[in-house]
Design a protein around this ligand. Sequence first.
Ligand code: FE2
Ligand code: FE2
Length: 225
Amino acid sequence: MSEAEQHSHTITIEVPASAKYSNGRRSPLAKPGWQYVEEAELADFSAEEWTFLNAQSAEYSTEERANAALRMLGTLKDDPSFGYQVNTYTHCLQSATMVMRAGWDEEDIVTALFHDMGLIVCPEAHGPFSAALMGPLVSEKNYWMLRHHQIFMNSHSDNDPSFTGDKDAREVYRGHPHFEYTATFVDKFDQNALQADYDTASIEVFLPMVYRVFARKPHAVPVID
Ligand SMILES: [Fe+2]
Ligand SMILES: [Fe+2]
């Protein structure tokens, strides 16, 4: 078999020549007065370079973390639906709107806003995806909810004839301190946040809350299952 035949299923993506290489151009620095590290390998950085790099990196992360998360969520805005009345973006905003209207606190609202951000790109692990994003910024209650909400959805899929998993899979966690919170979130603000005619708040409503939650000092996430 020729090499061409071996790779006959390789998908070739045409990339504009201008996008293939950096051509020696540096990405612009985020702020005036900031410096580049001149070396391109970590092992060659000097102590002085590590010092200013760490300071710049910490400042950048603090200020841009919320923007980066909002950009990621925003990429879903105009997605088509795979069958639900609304796409994942609207589902996330609708869930957050429902949490807000129920009078739950700001952290819970922001958690709802991002709870399914990974649903399309990594559906099998979209709970841990959002948990990794939000965990360092929120309480253990919301971290646990994000990690486990997928199997709590199983309990609402009674009429799905193709479902081969365990519809009672959540029962293994009954009695856990965050079981009832997670069950309530999924029941009231997730499995039903698929409504085209619901008065869903726009992203602008949530922005001040997102910036406040993302401005929190990140903490280590607990090791849980
Ligand atoms: Fe989900
Ligand atoms: Fe959801």
